[in-house]
Design a protein around this ligand. Structure first.
Ligand SMILES: [Zn+2]
Length: 385
């Protein structure tokens, strides 16, 4: 069924419902749920077949981790755009794992000629790779573009240091400025939107367990569609402002495949890979990569390590160690009320005065790390810099 008919039929809502297709209340543009061979066939043939650029986002419970489940793939054509601006939401659990139609969908994920635009594609990659044996290729990760845009926007070394506030104590950063000049803090999608003054409604948060419930609630489908629209917004603005450089494809591939040697889980090794810091040798890959870090266990180039160490920890893992030390002191200082893994919630206001929860957790949560704006003002007056 051509998508152009979706909006012209007076009885469109009931007709879409019968096909398992709904219009979203929370997404600003229409979306289509594909949970049958017919509906997925329609999207593959009529919407995605000629696409060269697609925004992609995945939803699931413990997405990409051991024991996790990929639930929904959101795809939004960016080039050429669909005439209706429709986002396709693929209910992966509605199809047998080995079904031929799912394989056709995965051929898009693996395609070298179709570019996927993501925001922090690491867990998306893991979900495809470890659950389905699918390797996502030809990716541009907007989280990396965001980091690189900081220098292009004139960010000083001092500001780069200050971005670590909130993760590390300010005095730890100020006493080791040179060491931390090698460490970049990752921005969540919501903070990226704020940093770049992209005026869209913010990202919603859904309980991950909800992605396993069938039928998926309409409001959750709306959230999923909204997330991929936000990725499109970032991509459009970054492209216009020249923040997507030639190396981004290669850098993104290194970034999303970070866990291709071992699937993420909740064990101790993860502490050195699950944090809001950019892993080393991603933006610029030194050579040879012949030194194994004692923390993240990645093989890295020598420039990733300080010269004075007895035990080889990369700059990022040293920051993680410092964070753990500070947390354990913090925990003792508060009578042990705060333990590793425990959440520290605080309410802040963004530049527009909108209040929201800022949740910090040692357990990786790609959406839980706030932007520099939320912390710097607290410390500038304290005279740390
Ligand atoms: Zn390391």
């Amino acid at each position: 069924m051509p998508s152009s008919q979706w909006h012209s039929d007076a009885n469109v809502s009931s007709w879409l419902e019968r096909l398992g297709i709904s219009n979203s209340a929370s997404s600003t543009t229409p979306w289509v749920l594909c949970n049958s061979d017919g509906s997925l066939e329609d999207v593959l043939t009529n919407t995605l077949s000629n696409c060269t650029v697609i925004a992609l986002d995945c939803e699931g419970d413990k997405l990409g981790r051991k024991g996790g489940t990929l639930s929904l793939i959101s795809l939004r054509p960016l080039a050429p755009k669909s005439s209706t601006g429709t986002t396709s939401l693929i209910d992966v659990l509605a199809f047998p794992k080995e079904s031929s139609i799912l394989k056709r969908l995965f051929s898009i994920i693996e395609s070298e000629s179709i570019q996927k635009i993501v925001f922090d594609g690491r867990m998306d990659y893991c979900a495809f790779f470890y659950e389905y044996g699918v390797q996502m290729r030809n990716v541009l990760d907007m989280q990396l573009a965001d980091i690189q845009s900081r220098a292009a926007r004139g960010q000083s070394a001092k500001t780069q240091n200050q971005r670590l506030f909130g993760y590390l104590p300010p005095n730890e950063v100020s006493q080791n400025r040179t060491m931390y000049s090698n460490v970049h803090r990752l921005g969540a999608l919501s903070s990226c939107l704020m940093d770049h003054d992209i005026d869209v409604s913010p990202k919603d948060i859904v309980d991950h367990q909800a992605w396993l419930v069938r039928p998926i609630e309409e409001k959750h489908l709306g959230y999923a569609a909204h997330d991929v629209e936000l990725i499109e917004s970032v991509y459009t603005v970054f492209k216009r402002r020249g923040f997507i450089n030639r190396s981004l494809s290669e850098q993104s591939q290194r970034y999303i495949t970070l866990w291709s040697d071992i699937q993420p889980s909740d064990n101790d090794v993860d502490v050195f890979r699950s944090h809001p810091l950019l892993p080393l040798d991603i933006l610029v890959q030194g050579s040879p990569q012949d030194t194994t870090c004692g923390g993240c266990r990645r093989k890295l180039s020598q420039g990733c390590f300080p010269h004075f160490q007895w035990e080889l920890f990369c700059y990022v893992c040293l920051a993680v160690q410092a964070k753990n030390r500070s947390d354990s002191v913090d925990s003792r200082g508060t009578g042990g009320r705060r333990t590793p893994g425990a959440k520290k919630n605080r309410k802040r206001k963004n530049r527009r005065g909108v209040q929201y929860n800022d949740s910090e957790n040692e357990e990786y949560d790609g959406s839980s790390y706030p932007s520099i704006d939320l912390f710097v003002d607290d410390y500038l007056d304290a005279g740390w810099f």
